[in-house]
Design a protein around this ligand. Sequence first.
Ligand SMILES: Cc1ncc(COP(=O)(O)O)c(C=O)c1O
Length: 415
Amino acid sequence: MPLSLERAKYGAQAHTDEVGALPTPFPRTIGPNAGRYLQEVLESGLTVDMIGRFERAFTEAMGVKHCIATPGCTPALAVLAASMPWEPGDEVIVSPVTDYGTVQGLIAERFIPIFPDTEPGVIDFSARTIEPCITDRTRAILAVHMTGTINDMDAINALAEKHGLFVYEDVCQAVFGQYKGRIAGTLARAAGFSFDSEKTMGSDVGGCLVTNDDALAERARFIGQSRGAVMQPHFGRLHSVAGYAYRMPLCTAAICLGQLEAIREQVAQRDRMARLLSDLLSNIPGVTSLPIPSYMDVYSCWMMGFSIDPEAFRCTPEQFAEQLAAAGIPGAGLGKYYLMPAALTCLHEKVAKRQYPYSIPPASREYRYSGDCCPNAQRFLETYIRWTTFCEKYQPEHCELAAEIVSSVAAKNRV
Ligand SMILES: Cc1ncc(COP(=O)(O)O)c(C=O)c1O
């Protein structure tokens, strides 16, 4: 790492510079029983089945057959990737605007992430933008519900079915959001969740995967938790697959269980406040809030934000965001780093050097990773300003205050 660059920060550490009267996620609201569950972990001398209890409770809350608790969504998606029968050089179509955690497991397995563009003016891709990216090497579509806006999964599933592709979801930013009456994470064949301290169900470093597929669940547990080991009589562990030790810690499971008891009401509050704030922001000339698709019954908003019309203001979007942060919008900034084809310089370099799996074979064609591969997404992120995160502590007066701050910064900079 060049010494002039700062290392990325996560969790509460990333929020220390925020100023103003608006609520921030930290200190987190913790479900009232979490302390009791933590006590059980300690008093049992680490023997209590807290992980199993959380997994069963989450399974029931989601209405799915299997939940496998992990230390985060990055490991959950890595376990799913490692559980698939695909070969190095096979392609997986992924939302272009997302976090690195979405793709880490694909890269580790030497699969090739392919990023279709988004639809103009929104943050998610669509069946229309995905279709031209499908080749004979495509194996799956991984849909990320960015900020909490859920992809149109019926259309994506119909397209996938036509081409025999596996579809799964990254639900990190849409926990307990709902699409046409169904919960995000039950809209495809599997899903990964994050319960990282900054996330909607913040419980320290944690996550899980869910699925209704018995064989996939069994394989994911074997690879992700048993490190791919089977017991050989008179010998011991035989590692028939190079697996992982991605088990959720007992203390995280205790906090997750406590948080799960409180989450539905918290998400309902996020939904109400995000819709109110979106309406208030859209009344400001030159400001457009992120569209909330009409098929979404519950907007589990993790990150609030809006686009500005650069023609309407004298300052740059970056300067607009800096003024917002100084005036009290927590961590206001641009989210350009979410543009994965631009952020994955490690893959760009592999392509340039034709390193495996970008050698031919196993790859079957040339690849390119840069921002201009997804011009709609790139254009969108150049003028999209977001809070670091949104939270369930917002009340109507906070939405009004936030809209007033945005309105006064807009008025000061209007041409
Ligand atoms: C969309 C998305 N996917 C994956 C991750 C990674 O989750 P975790 O930190 O639990 O590994 C994040 C976290 O920021 C995320 O926002």
